[in-house]
Design a protein around this ligand. Sequence first.
Ligand SMILES: CC(C)(COP(=O)(O)OP(=O)(O)OC[C@H]1O[C@@H](n2cnc3c(N)ncnc32)[C@H](O)[C@@H]1OP(=O)(O)O)[C@@H](O)C(=O)NCCC(=O)NCCS
Length: 196
Amino acid sequence: MSQNSQTIAATLSALDGWPLLQGPRVRLRGPREEDAEAFFALFGDPRVMRYWSRPPLTERTEAEQLLTRCRDEFAARTALEWIIADENDTAIGSCKLFRLSPPHRRAELGYALHPDHWGRGVAREATTLALDWAFCHLGLHRCDAGIDPDNQASRALLHRLGFVTEGRQRESFFVGDQVTDSELLGLLASDWRGGR
Ligand SMILES: CC(C)(COP(=O)(O)OP(=O)(O)OC[C@H]1O[C@@H](n2cnc3c(N)ncnc32)[C@H](O)[C@@H]1OP(=O)(O)O)[C@@H](O)C(=O)NCCC(=O)NCCS
């Protein structure tokens, strides 16, 4: 491993909890048990799950399982899933760096926001906090994203952040019974620093 990939692994293992990232309107923080209701409202909403690779949650216990998975992935340092919290510290979304790969200094970005907050720049603010941390503190070289090509809102957000569409994987995942292509996007640390 290069010096930098060792630094990434060391930075991840030295974390004693989720980095707290504060923006003007939202903060990214670690998940708590009391976020289960908000997670159920988020991932149980068909509007949020329209382009997701799984159907909406139907039981609150599934939201609790998702929160347990967040903690397990954090413990293994394979993913960092933050809660997007509003000014009252209420969970309104999720922002995730997953498939963390220290040797390749790479991760994938994922996010979801409750529809009550769409269209006000909240996702842009939240993902900017995560990407700033990923590129400027953790030392990632590259961030990937993959979307359903019909997901206009997600593509618009990613392009606004500076991601470039790099290709398309044919019939890559199922949304219910429907097989869907995956549009692949990427953002380099140099793109990010150049765009600031
Ligand atoms: C994708 C998502 C997070 C966007 O959240 P948001 O808070 O509405 O996005 P923002 O307000 O920060 O908008 C970011 C940019 O995208 C644009 N945008 C947002 N929604 C859009 C839409 N439906 N159509 C076209 N552009 C859109 C905005 O205009 C903005 O660009 P601008 O700054 O140039 O004006 C939200 O729609 C969502 O949670 N969707 C469901 C979950 C999902 O699909 N996640 C991604 C899976 S890959």
